[in-house]
Design a protein around this ligand. Structure first.
Ligand code: AMP
Length: 372
Protein backbone atom coordinates (compact mmCIF):
# COMPACT_ATOMS: atom_id res chain seq x y z
CA UNK A 1 0.00 0.00 0.00
CA UNK A 2 1.25 3.52 -0.80
CA UNK A 3 0.50 6.46 1.46
CA UNK A 4 0.58 9.98 0.00
CA UNK A 5 1.51 12.89 2.27
CA UNK A 6 0.92 16.56 1.49
CA UNK A 7 3.69 18.61 3.10
CA UNK A 8 7.37 17.75 3.48
CA UNK A 9 8.41 18.93 6.96
CA UNK A 10 9.35 17.03 10.10
CA UNK A 11 5.88 15.62 10.68
CA UNK A 12 5.95 14.06 7.21
CA UNK A 13 9.45 12.75 7.93
CA UNK A 14 8.37 10.96 11.11
CA UNK A 15 5.26 9.58 9.40
CA UNK A 16 7.44 8.25 6.57
CA UNK A 17 9.79 6.58 9.04
CA UNK A 18 6.93 4.77 10.79
CA UNK A 19 5.35 3.89 7.43
CA UNK A 20 8.62 2.40 6.21
CA UNK A 21 9.00 0.37 9.42
CA UNK A 22 5.51 -1.02 8.83
CA UNK A 23 6.11 -1.90 5.17
CA UNK A 24 4.19 0.96 3.52
CA UNK A 25 5.52 3.05 0.62
CA UNK A 26 5.31 6.83 0.86
CA UNK A 27 4.97 9.61 -1.70
CA UNK A 28 5.51 13.12 -0.33
CA UNK A 29 4.30 16.20 -2.21
CA UNK A 30 6.11 18.98 -0.38
CA UNK A 31 4.54 22.01 -2.09
CA UNK A 32 7.98 23.66 -1.92
CA UNK A 33 11.23 23.47 -3.93
CA UNK A 34 13.13 22.19 -0.89
CA UNK A 35 12.02 19.58 1.64
CA UNK A 36 15.10 18.62 3.64
CA UNK A 37 13.29 16.61 6.38
CA UNK A 38 11.78 14.17 3.87
CA UNK A 39 14.80 13.96 1.55
CA UNK A 40 16.00 10.35 1.53
CA UNK A 41 13.16 9.32 3.84
CA UNK A 42 10.15 9.34 1.48
CA UNK A 43 10.14 6.71 -1.28
CA UNK A 44 9.13 9.42 -3.77
CA UNK A 45 9.47 13.17 -3.14
CA UNK A 46 7.66 15.64 -5.40
CA UNK A 47 9.14 19.09 -4.77
CA UNK A 48 6.60 21.19 -6.63
CA UNK A 49 4.03 23.80 -5.63
CA UNK A 50 0.51 22.86 -4.53
CA UNK A 51 -0.90 24.81 -7.48
CA UNK A 52 0.94 22.61 -10.00
CA UNK A 53 -1.58 20.36 -11.81
CA UNK A 54 1.18 18.13 -13.22
CA UNK A 55 2.49 17.53 -9.69
CA UNK A 56 -1.05 16.69 -8.53
CA UNK A 57 -1.46 14.11 -11.29
CA UNK A 58 1.95 12.65 -10.42
CA UNK A 59 0.96 12.45 -6.73
CA UNK A 60 -2.55 11.08 -7.15
CA UNK A 61 -1.42 8.62 -9.82
CA UNK A 62 0.80 6.66 -7.46
CA UNK A 63 -0.87 6.68 -4.04
CA UNK A 64 -3.72 4.59 -2.60
CA UNK A 65 -4.74 7.04 0.12
CA UNK A 66 -3.52 10.49 1.15
CA UNK A 67 -3.13 12.55 4.31
CA UNK A 68 -1.59 15.88 5.33
CA UNK A 69 1.23 16.91 7.64
CA UNK A 70 0.05 20.51 7.99
CA UNK A 71 -3.25 22.30 7.55
CA UNK A 72 -2.22 25.31 5.52
CA UNK A 73 -2.55 23.67 2.14
CA UNK A 74 -4.86 25.53 -0.30
CA UNK A 75 -8.39 24.18 0.05
CA UNK A 76 -8.60 24.08 -3.75
CA UNK A 77 -5.68 21.60 -3.86
CA UNK A 78 -7.19 19.45 -1.09
CA UNK A 79 -10.55 19.30 -2.90
CA UNK A 80 -8.90 18.45 -6.23
CA UNK A 81 -6.92 15.62 -4.58
CA UNK A 82 -10.07 14.36 -2.88
CA UNK A 83 -11.83 14.11 -6.24
CA UNK A 84 -9.22 11.62 -7.39
CA UNK A 85 -8.23 9.63 -4.30
CA UNK A 86 -9.28 9.17 -0.69
CA UNK A 87 -8.00 11.91 1.59
CA UNK A 88 -8.14 11.65 5.41
CA UNK A 89 -8.88 13.86 7.20
CA UNK A 90 -11.26 15.21 4.57
CA UNK A 91 -10.79 18.60 2.92
CA UNK A 92 -13.86 19.76 4.86
CA UNK A 93 -12.34 18.76 8.23
CA UNK A 94 -9.00 20.38 7.37
CA UNK A 95 -10.86 23.49 6.18
CA UNK A 96 -12.36 24.01 9.66
CA UNK A 97 -8.94 24.41 11.27
CA UNK A 98 -7.43 26.51 8.46
CA UNK A 99 -9.27 29.56 9.72
CA UNK A 100 -9.63 30.59 13.34
CA UNK A 101 -12.98 32.14 12.51
CA UNK A 102 -14.33 28.86 11.04
CA UNK A 103 -12.84 26.92 13.95
CA UNK A 104 -14.43 29.22 16.53
CA UNK A 105 -17.78 29.12 14.73
CA UNK A 106 -17.59 25.32 14.75
CA UNK A 107 -16.84 25.24 18.48
CA UNK A 108 -19.71 27.62 19.22
CA UNK A 109 -22.14 25.67 17.03
CA UNK A 110 -21.29 22.42 18.86
CA UNK A 111 -21.35 24.07 22.30
CA UNK A 112 -17.72 23.25 22.99
CA UNK A 113 -16.21 25.61 25.57
CA UNK A 114 -13.55 28.08 24.37
CA UNK A 115 -12.30 31.57 25.32
CA UNK A 116 -14.73 34.44 24.66
CA UNK A 117 -14.07 35.77 21.15
CA UNK A 118 -15.30 38.09 18.44
CA UNK A 119 -14.49 38.20 14.74
CA UNK A 120 -12.68 41.31 13.57
CA UNK A 121 -12.58 42.69 10.02
CA UNK A 122 -11.95 46.40 10.66
CA UNK A 123 -10.67 48.77 13.33
CA UNK A 124 -14.30 49.52 14.26
CA UNK A 125 -14.91 45.79 14.75
CA UNK A 126 -11.81 45.61 16.92
CA UNK A 127 -13.04 48.48 19.10
CA UNK A 128 -16.40 46.78 19.51
CA UNK A 129 -14.79 43.39 20.15
CA UNK A 130 -12.40 44.84 22.72
CA UNK A 131 -15.29 46.39 24.64
CA UNK A 132 -16.92 42.95 24.64
CA UNK A 133 -14.00 40.60 25.53
CA UNK A 134 -11.39 43.00 27.06
CA UNK A 135 -9.78 44.46 29.13
CA UNK A 136 -7.06 41.92 28.31
CA UNK A 137 -7.26 40.20 24.95
CA UNK A 138 -5.19 38.48 22.27
CA UNK A 139 -5.66 39.54 18.64
CA UNK A 140 -4.91 36.64 16.29
CA UNK A 141 -4.97 36.62 12.50
CA UNK A 142 -7.60 34.19 11.25
CA UNK A 143 -5.34 32.43 8.75
CA UNK A 144 -1.84 30.95 8.76
CA UNK A 145 -1.09 31.52 12.42
CA UNK A 146 0.87 29.03 14.50
CA UNK A 147 3.48 29.08 17.26
CA UNK A 148 2.28 32.51 18.36
CA UNK A 149 2.82 34.06 14.91
CA UNK A 150 0.34 36.78 13.94
CA UNK A 151 -0.64 37.42 17.59
CA UNK A 152 -0.74 40.59 19.67
CA UNK A 153 -1.65 40.88 23.34
CA UNK A 154 -3.84 43.88 24.15
CA UNK A 155 -4.04 45.46 27.57
CA UNK A 156 -5.52 48.89 26.84
CA UNK A 157 -7.87 50.63 24.38
CA UNK A 158 -5.04 52.93 23.25
CA UNK A 159 -3.25 49.90 21.70
CA UNK A 160 -6.03 48.96 19.29
CA UNK A 161 -5.04 51.04 16.31
CA UNK A 162 -1.40 49.93 16.42
CA UNK A 163 -2.46 46.29 16.89
CA UNK A 164 -4.76 46.52 13.88
CA UNK A 165 -1.84 47.87 11.83
CA UNK A 166 0.45 45.09 13.05
CA UNK A 167 -1.90 42.42 11.67
CA UNK A 168 -1.97 44.47 8.45
CA UNK A 169 -5.75 44.64 8.44
CA UNK A 170 -6.11 40.87 7.93
CA UNK A 171 -9.33 39.18 9.09
CA UNK A 172 -8.69 38.32 12.72
CA UNK A 173 -10.20 37.04 15.93
CA UNK A 174 -9.99 38.86 19.25
CA UNK A 175 -9.96 36.43 22.17
CA UNK A 176 -10.33 37.22 25.83
CA UNK A 177 -7.05 36.54 27.66
CA UNK A 178 -7.29 33.32 29.66
CA UNK A 179 -5.58 33.33 33.04
CA UNK A 180 -4.90 29.59 32.86
CA UNK A 181 -3.28 27.26 35.40
CA UNK A 182 -1.74 25.19 32.61
CA UNK A 183 -2.00 24.20 28.97
CA UNK A 184 -2.76 20.63 27.99
CA UNK A 185 -3.44 18.82 24.74
CA UNK A 186 -5.05 15.60 23.59
CA UNK A 187 -4.44 13.55 20.48
CA UNK A 188 -7.44 11.62 19.34
CA UNK A 189 -7.65 9.20 16.44
CA UNK A 190 -10.88 8.23 14.73
CA UNK A 191 -10.88 5.18 12.47
CA UNK A 192 -12.82 4.12 9.37
CA UNK A 193 -15.62 2.65 11.51
CA UNK A 194 -15.99 5.84 13.52
CA UNK A 195 -14.30 4.49 16.64
CA UNK A 196 -12.38 7.17 18.55
CA UNK A 197 -9.43 6.61 20.84
CA UNK A 198 -7.61 9.34 22.76
CA UNK A 199 -4.04 9.40 24.06
CA UNK A 200 -3.59 10.49 27.67
CA UNK A 201 -3.74 14.31 27.92
CA UNK A 202 -0.31 15.92 28.20
CA UNK A 203 0.92 19.17 29.73
CA UNK A 204 2.68 21.74 27.54
CA UNK A 205 5.11 24.47 28.54
CA UNK A 206 6.23 27.19 26.12
CA UNK A 207 9.39 29.22 25.49
CA UNK A 208 9.35 32.19 23.06
CA UNK A 209 5.68 31.30 22.30
CA UNK A 210 6.82 27.90 21.03
CA UNK A 211 6.41 24.51 22.63
CA UNK A 212 9.39 23.84 24.90
CA UNK A 213 8.46 20.83 27.00
CA UNK A 214 5.67 18.25 27.10
CA UNK A 215 4.96 16.21 30.21
CA UNK A 216 2.95 13.00 29.70
CA UNK A 217 0.59 12.46 31.40
CA UNK A 218 -0.48 15.98 32.40
CA UNK A 219 -0.19 16.66 36.15
CA UNK A 220 -3.85 17.53 36.65
CA UNK A 221 -6.84 15.87 38.35
CA UNK A 222 -8.62 12.85 36.88
CA UNK A 223 -11.68 15.04 36.30
CA UNK A 224 -9.63 17.43 34.14
CA UNK A 225 -8.03 14.51 32.25
CA UNK A 226 -11.47 13.02 31.57
CA UNK A 227 -12.99 16.35 30.54
CA UNK A 228 -10.22 17.00 28.01
CA UNK A 229 -10.52 13.52 26.50
CA UNK A 230 -14.31 13.77 26.33
CA UNK A 231 -14.16 17.13 24.55
CA UNK A 232 -11.50 15.91 22.07
CA UNK A 233 -13.61 12.86 21.19
CA UNK A 234 -16.76 14.99 20.91
CA UNK A 235 -14.92 17.28 18.46
CA UNK A 236 -13.69 14.37 16.31
CA UNK A 237 -17.20 12.95 16.20
CA UNK A 238 -18.84 16.29 15.44
CA UNK A 239 -16.47 16.71 12.49
CA UNK A 240 -17.12 13.17 11.20
CA UNK A 241 -13.35 12.99 11.38
CA UNK A 242 -11.05 10.24 10.15
CA UNK A 243 -7.35 10.39 11.03
CA UNK A 244 -5.45 11.95 13.89
CA UNK A 245 -6.64 15.20 15.49
CA UNK A 246 -4.73 17.29 18.02
CA UNK A 247 -6.72 19.48 20.41
CA UNK A 248 -5.03 22.13 22.57
CA UNK A 249 -6.70 23.28 25.78
CA UNK A 250 -6.36 25.89 28.49
CA UNK A 251 -7.10 24.68 32.02
CA UNK A 252 -8.60 27.64 33.81
CA UNK A 253 -7.80 28.32 37.48
CA UNK A 254 -11.31 27.04 38.30
CA UNK A 255 -10.43 23.68 36.70
CA UNK A 256 -12.66 24.30 33.68
CA UNK A 257 -11.17 22.94 30.46
CA UNK A 258 -11.59 25.11 27.34
CA UNK A 259 -10.38 24.58 23.78
CA UNK A 260 -7.61 26.84 22.50
CA UNK A 261 -7.22 25.42 19.01
CA UNK A 262 -6.98 22.20 17.03
CA UNK A 263 -4.76 20.76 14.33
CA UNK A 264 -5.90 18.10 11.84
CA UNK A 265 -2.61 16.17 11.97
CA UNK A 266 0.08 14.85 14.29
CA UNK A 267 1.27 17.53 16.67
CA UNK A 268 4.50 18.62 18.32
CA UNK A 269 2.93 17.89 21.71
CA UNK A 270 2.39 14.28 20.57
CA UNK A 271 6.07 13.51 19.96
CA UNK A 272 6.30 11.98 23.45
CA UNK A 273 4.39 9.01 22.00
CA UNK A 274 7.34 8.01 19.79
CA UNK A 275 9.08 6.50 22.81
CA UNK A 276 6.52 6.89 25.59
CA UNK A 277 3.52 5.04 24.15
CA UNK A 278 2.75 1.60 22.81
CA UNK A 279 1.69 3.27 19.53
CA UNK A 280 3.25 6.51 18.27
CA UNK A 281 1.01 9.31 17.01
CA UNK A 282 2.41 8.70 13.50
CA UNK A 283 1.59 5.00 13.54
CA UNK A 284 -1.88 5.92 14.81
CA UNK A 285 -2.40 8.40 11.98
CA UNK A 286 -1.28 5.78 9.47
CA UNK A 287 -3.62 3.17 11.01
CA UNK A 288 -6.63 5.51 10.92
CA UNK A 289 -5.94 6.75 7.39
CA UNK A 290 -5.18 3.30 5.92
CA UNK A 291 -8.26 1.62 7.41
CA UNK A 292 -6.43 -0.45 10.06
CA UNK A 293 -7.54 -0.95 13.67
CA UNK A 294 -6.21 1.70 16.08
CA UNK A 295 -3.26 0.81 18.32
CA UNK A 296 -3.04 1.01 22.11
CA UNK A 297 -2.48 4.52 23.48
CA UNK A 298 -1.13 3.20 26.78
CA UNK A 299 1.95 4.94 28.21
CA UNK A 300 5.10 2.98 29.07
CA UNK A 301 5.70 5.44 31.91
CA UNK A 302 5.93 9.16 32.63
CA UNK A 303 7.51 10.73 29.56
CA UNK A 304 9.02 14.16 28.97
CA UNK A 305 9.58 15.63 25.49
CA UNK A 306 12.01 18.51 25.08
CA UNK A 307 11.98 20.50 21.83
CA UNK A 308 15.38 21.22 20.31
CA UNK A 309 15.22 24.69 18.80
CA UNK A 310 18.05 26.19 16.76
CA UNK A 311 19.26 28.24 19.73
CA UNK A 312 20.62 25.00 21.21
CA UNK A 313 23.14 24.83 18.35
CA UNK A 314 26.00 26.77 19.92
CA UNK A 315 29.65 27.62 19.35
CA UNK A 316 31.47 28.14 16.06
CA UNK A 317 30.60 26.23 13.95
CA UNK A 318 27.24 25.89 15.66
CA UNK A 319 26.62 22.41 17.01
CA UNK A 320 24.30 20.53 19.34
CA UNK A 321 25.99 19.02 22.40
CA UNK A 322 25.04 15.45 21.49
CA UNK A 323 27.50 14.07 24.07
CA UNK A 324 25.32 15.59 26.83
CA UNK A 325 22.30 13.82 25.35
CA UNK A 326 23.93 10.42 25.01
CA UNK A 327 25.23 10.66 28.59
CA UNK A 328 21.71 11.23 29.96
CA UNK A 329 19.91 8.08 31.08
CA UNK A 330 16.94 7.25 28.87
CA UNK A 331 17.27 10.28 26.54
CA UNK A 332 16.21 9.49 22.97
CA UNK A 333 17.29 11.88 20.23
CA UNK A 334 15.16 12.67 17.17
CA UNK A 335 16.60 15.05 14.58
CA UNK A 336 14.71 16.38 11.57
CA UNK A 337 17.52 16.56 8.99
CA UNK A 338 17.56 20.37 8.76
CA UNK A 339 20.95 21.90 7.93
CA UNK A 340 20.31 25.52 8.97
CA UNK A 341 19.77 25.93 12.73
CA UNK A 342 17.82 29.20 12.67
CA UNK A 343 17.43 30.44 16.28
CA UNK A 344 13.72 29.58 16.57
CA UNK A 345 13.69 26.71 14.11
CA UNK A 346 12.42 23.32 15.30
CA UNK A 347 15.48 21.12 14.66
CA UNK A 348 14.49 18.02 16.60
CA UNK A 349 13.33 16.80 19.99
CA UNK A 350 14.27 14.52 22.86
CA UNK A 351 12.14 12.02 24.71
CA UNK A 352 12.95 10.79 28.20
CA UNK A 353 10.83 7.90 29.44
CA UNK A 354 10.13 6.82 32.98
CA UNK A 355 12.34 6.39 35.99
CA UNK A 356 12.67 8.50 39.11
CA UNK A 357 13.04 12.23 38.50
CA UNK A 358 12.51 12.09 34.75
CA UNK A 359 11.28 15.70 34.63
CA UNK A 360 14.27 17.00 36.60
CA UNK A 361 16.63 15.05 34.32
CA UNK A 362 14.95 16.51 31.23
CA UNK A 363 15.13 20.08 32.56
CA UNK A 364 18.79 19.68 33.57
CA UNK A 365 19.63 18.41 30.10
CA UNK A 366 17.66 21.19 28.42
CA UNK A 367 19.52 23.87 30.41
CA UNK A 368 22.85 22.23 29.59
CA UNK A 369 22.01 22.26 25.88
CA UNK A 370 21.08 25.95 26.14
CA UNK A 371 24.40 26.64 27.89
CA UNK A 372 22.48 28.09 30.85
P1 AMP B 1 -1.90 29.70 19.74
O1 AMP B 1 -1.02 29.85 18.51
O2 AMP B 1 -3.25 30.26 19.57
O3 AMP B 1 -1.89 28.30 20.28
O4 AMP B 1 -1.18 30.59 20.88
C1 AMP B 1 0.15 30.36 21.31
C2 AMP B 1 0.25 30.51 22.81
O5 AMP B 1 -0.11 31.84 23.21
C3 AMP B 1 -0.69 29.59 23.58
O6 AMP B 1 -0.16 28.31 23.71
C4 AMP B 1 -0.80 30.35 24.89
O7 AMP B 1 0.35 30.14 25.70
C5 AMP B 1 -0.82 31.82 24.46
N1 AMP B 1 -2.23 32.23 24.24
C6 AMP B 1 -2.92 32.17 23.09
N2 AMP B 1 -4.18 32.59 23.24
C7 AMP B 1 -4.33 32.95 24.53
C8 AMP B 1 -5.41 33.47 25.31
N3 AMP B 1 -6.61 33.73 24.79
N4 AMP B 1 -5.18 33.69 26.62
C9 AMP B 1 -3.97 33.44 27.18
N5 AMP B 1 -2.90 32.97 26.49
C10 AMP B 1 -3.07 32.72 25.18
Amino acid sequence: MTLGILGGGQLARMLCLDARRMGFRTVVWSGTPTAEPTEGVADVLIKKGFDDDVARAEFCGQVDVATVEFENIPLKTLKAVEEEIELYPSAESIGVSQHRSREKAFLREHEIPCAPFALVNSLEDLERAYAEVGPVGVLKTAAFGYDGKGQVKLTGAEQLSEAWQSVEGQPSVLEGFVDFQCEISVLVARDAEGKSLAFPPVENQHRHHMLDLTIAPARVSDVILDDAKTIAIKLAEAMGYRGLLAVEFFVEKSGRVIVNEMAPRPHNSGHFSMNGSVTSQFEQQLRAVCGLPLGSTELHGETVMVNLLGDMWRGEPRELDTAAIFETEGAKLHLYGKSDPGERRKMGHLNLVGGEGVLERAIRLKLRLLGA
